[in-house]
Design a binder for this molecule. Structure first.
Ligand code: PLP
Length: 380
């Protein structure tokens, strides 16, 4: 079935008992047993809940996985993922990851004995150079945040399979609508469902999806023990969000492409990072492994003052963290998402005081363009 249809229906029947077209919210912490040693399939909501299970089945089928686990946030998903590893295990990760993932690894995982190398994973030679006997996984985002580096998923998959290590892809930026890493050889995908999957800037959620039964079993065991599960009501909100994922992603992308081209021609903009522009270094790999480029744009303004005036000058676009919702948001990576990354590391990546990151929402292109134009103009 086409992914547009799967977004609406998943591959599961709706609630059989009532025929409800919108899957019900089973707001119950616990479930009665029909007899001694018997279960309805649901015992306690931390372990499983019908509403959350419905969402998990939709996510599994969208990503081409066999199991999906829904968490209270993207970071809760990453925290559970980190529990797959033991002290002494080494992980190679992209050097331009979501800032809080870096903080998680550096401040919590390292304390627990895990070892990391952060490299530009768009360069295969750099990944190979970091491999050692203790290496247990490669963790990437593609495209990355905010520099939009693109990593070749099938190539990394060849390498991780040859070395018998896990390959994990944070697929938040493109969603399964545009990119399905498990089908390209990854073992686990990670999502912040807070972003495009929910899509309305109103709910936190996270996912881990896998097509390996051994990993699913380990993750389920950690999941029910740690208890960072998604609530029934928030599960329902994400189910509702995913129904419109296909139409939203198409429109987000269409407007992002127009805005990226327009920004390229603006005198107060020095550089535009959008993977859908043919001169972007990751354009060819993106076009090969994904069916779309998404709607995240970063751009360098003429100077620090221009960047600051744009943040304060926009009226329609809101200066706020997060991305992937119907409302366009602009962020200042140097002060927000990447504030905890050491300054030298940030500078080496080009994340400086002139860089802005835009999550293109569903407003009309003309209104977003006029809003940015006015804010850039004010800074003359
Ligand atoms: C937002 C985000 C996360 C963290 O998700 P939360 O839902 O905010 O906890 C992880 N990875 C990426 C790429 C993100 O954008």
């Amino acid at each position: 079935m086409d992914i547009k249809t799967l977004c609406v229906h998943g591959n599961t029947r709706n609630d059989d008992r009532t025929g409800a077209v919108s899957f019900p919210i089973y707001q119950s912490a616990t479930f009665a047993h029909p007899g001694v040693g018997e279960s309805t399939g649901y015992d306690y909501t931390r372990v499983q809940n019908p509403t959350r299970e419905h969402l998990e089945k939709i996510m599994a089928v969208l990503e081409g996985g066999t199991d999906a686990l829904a968490f209270a946030s993207g970071m809760a998903a990453i925290a559970c993922l980190a529990e797959l590893f033991c002290p002494g295990d080494h992980i190679i990760a992209s050097d331009d990851l979501y800032g809080d993932s870096v903080r998680y690894f550096n401040s919590i995982s390292v304390k627990n004995g895990l070892l990391f190398d952060f490299v530009d994973t768009s360069d295969m030679a750099l990944i190979e150079k970091c491999l050692r006997p203790e290496t247990k996984a490669v963790f990437i985002e593609t495209p990355t945040n905010p520099m939009m580096q693109v990593t070749d998923i099938p190539k990394v998959s060849d390498l991780t399979r040859k070395n018998n290590i896990l390959f994990i892809v944070d697929n938040t930026f493109l969603t399964p609508y545009f990119q399905r890493p498990l089908e390209l050889g990854a073992d686990i995908t990670v999502h912040s469902g807070t972003k495009y999957l929910g899509g309305h800037n109103d709910t936190l959620a996270g996912f881990l999806v896998t097509n390996r039964d051994d990993i699913s079993e380990k993750l389920r065991n950690i999941y029910k023990t740690v208890g960072t599960c998604l609530s029934p009501f928030d599960s329902w909100l994400i189910i509702r969000g995913v129904k419109t994922l296909a139409v939203r992603m198409e429109r987000h992308q269409d407007t992002a492409m127009k805005l990226a081209r327009w920004l390229c021609g603006h005198e107060k903009v020095k550089k535009v990072y959008y993977t859908g522009l043919p001169d972007h270094p990751g354009y060819a790999v993106s076009a090969r492994q994904a069916t779309g480029f998404g709607a995240m744009i970063s751009f360098e303004t003429a100077d620090r003052e221009t960047a600051r005036r744009v943040l304060e000058g926009v009226k329609l676009i809101q200066y706020a963290e997060s991305l992937g919702g119907v409302e366009s948001l602009i962020t200042y990576p140097v002060l927000q998402t990447h504030a905890d990354i050491p300054a030298e590391q940030r500078a080496a990546k080009g994340i400086d005081e002139t860089l802005l990151r835009l999550s293109v929402g569903l407003e009309a292109f003309e209104d977003l363009r006029d809003d940015l134009a006015a804010a850039l103009e004010e800074s003359k």
